[in-house]
Design a protein. Sequence first.
Length: 361
Amino acid sequence: MKNRHLKDIELLKKIFETLPKKKTKKIEKHLNKCEECQKRYQFLTNKFKPFLETEEKHFTAEEINGLFKSFIKEKGELYKSPAIIKRKIWALKLAIEFIMALLLIALSIKLFFFPVSLKKSIRIKSFQNQKIIINKKLKNLSKIQYLPANKTITAQGDLTINIKKDVIITMISNTKFIISKEEQYIFNLLDGEAHFKTLKEKKIYVKVNHFLIKPIGTIFKVSYINKILKVLLLEGTLEVLNLSNKEKTLLTPSQNVVIYGFKHKNQAKTKPILSEKQLEFYDTGLRYQKSKEWVQAIYWYKKFIQNIPEERLEKYNAMFDIGMIYYNNLKNMEEAKKYFNIILKSKFSSQFADKIALEFK
């Protein structure tokens, strides 16, 4: 009795007074020392009180067993003992640990016989029943698949893939590319044309030969055909970096850059080069503008246009953004007109005239 708790049936027999005197004394002795069994005894007494109050005061052992079994069948467990609950939790934890150990062993065996490195695969979602070529082997892309990293892949037909829902890439047929994962995803365009839509800042970089393209929440297109690199920006901000001489070109919407045989022939005429600090000023202003913090956006745009040469289109893009903030958001017509007049007197006036006229209808 000292080493275990009393069973429900023993307590019931004590309640219905069907035990021998010797057994009854042992149970009472245990109850005097065991608080948990006392709780269970009281619980069962209350449960079976209606039966104790019937005219039939005497119950046989068989009747009690039958009563107990029928009650268990109807109601389930009578009393959830804390000790029993602890034992069940311990048993459950032991079972879970055992299953985890088996899974770990199975995974170790799988990795030993079929080694797979997560670093060597890029999880993607393909939008249609599409095909790719890897190592001259034609493969079908299912709805969710892993592309091998650092391997040349050729799009067999038009190809659209989604990398972690943040980057959508659409390629024309026969586009050759390599995808790798470092701090960001690197899309190395070897040949062909790809259209990119990035939903988060600097989620993917595009590399073409020794040029690195860094998008910031951007929609843009890159083509590399017959050793001619073309970059067209449709939305957001784009930085084209020449890795060989660290020359940077910042593109804003509707600008494009064309590089012939990797000698800069920039259609937007965006030389001389902008410094890292100037680019940082513009990016900061853009972020504040997106978050609708207008005064901060104007402050950083003004810092950006300081000391920017007149031949840089980016200077007038920033001025246009400042003018639009004054006009649409701060309702300051005089300041807006001041910046719009400077733009219309510049050599880039034709690129902004229609937009400004549209605002002042």
